[in-house]
Design a binder for this molecule. Structure first.
Ligand code: DX5
Ligand code: ZN
Length: 218
């Protein structure tokens, strides 16, 4: 499998409908929505209201990345809005267990996010609950950063950990993905790719085509 998730954090909010339509027409498979609460990360992005807006703008799956301290506050509304997948951070206060359970109980797919400094083995206790392991390839909190060195090695380590456990959890990567970094991430085992600035800055159609055509190159 391969999926390209366009991260709307980098979209032009003054023309969100046009940007979303352009990404969809060019072949984006899903839209990634970064909710930040100003506590788990310093920035505040947008809340569940943006998820509702996106549900009206596209029929593509919505992939929500919660950079928040209290995911449980957001989950019931996200389920009502028809969100397909919600990812929560390993590093939240109290750990991700309760949130992962609530996501699954609400009929959504659960993702676990690991910050760059969090070892892949941290995911082990949660493998039965998660359909996606999101490896941050930048420090979370803003778009347009540079892909961190060592990310491909971490993806490969996650892949062998998952294989060793007989898990079919998909590895997603988020941060610093460009036509230059995507092939390495894909080759290491990432199959769901999040890209923000590399999709929405400049010509969206050409950007999406460039990312998609890079995936299988060595
Ligand atoms: C960063 C966010 C990302 C961000 C990626 O905290 O989680 O989803 O939008 O942006 P780019 O692709 O520009 O690095
Ligand atoms: Zn994200």
């Amino acid at each position: 499998m391969f999926e390209l998730c366009a991260s709307i954090l980098a979209a032009d909010f003054a023309r969100l409908a046009e940007d979303v339509q352009a990404a969809e027409a060019a072949g984006a498979d899903a839209f990634h929505i970064d909710i930040m609460d100003g506590h788990f990360v310093p920035a505040i992005s947008f809340g569940n209201g943006m998820v509702g807006t996106m549900g009206r703008l596209t029929g593509k799956p919505l992939d929500v990345h919660l950079m928040v301290e209290n995911p449980l506050d957001f989950l019931p509304e996200l389920a009502e809005l028809g969100v397909k997948r919600v990812s929560v951070h390993y590093e939240i206060p109290g750990g991700p267990e309760a949130a992962l359970r609530a996501i699954c109980a609400a009929g959504m797919q659960a993702g676990l996010v690991l910050n760059p400094e969090t070892p892949v083995e941290s995911a082990l206790p949660y493998l039965a609950q998660i359909s996606q392991l999101l490896l941050m390839t930048v420090h979370p909190g803003c778009g347009g950063q540079v892909y961190l060195p060592g990310s491909n090695e971490k993806i490969a380590a996650a892949k062998s950990l998952l294989q060793g456990q007989g898990s079919n959890t998909v590895i997603q990567v988020d941060g610093g993905i460009t036509p230059g970094t995507l092939p390495g991430a894909y080759a290491a085992g990432a199959r769901s790719i999040v890209a923000g600035s590399a999709v929405f800055y400049g010509n969206i159609y050409q950007n999406v085509c460039a990312l998609r055509s890079e995936k299988a190159k060595p």
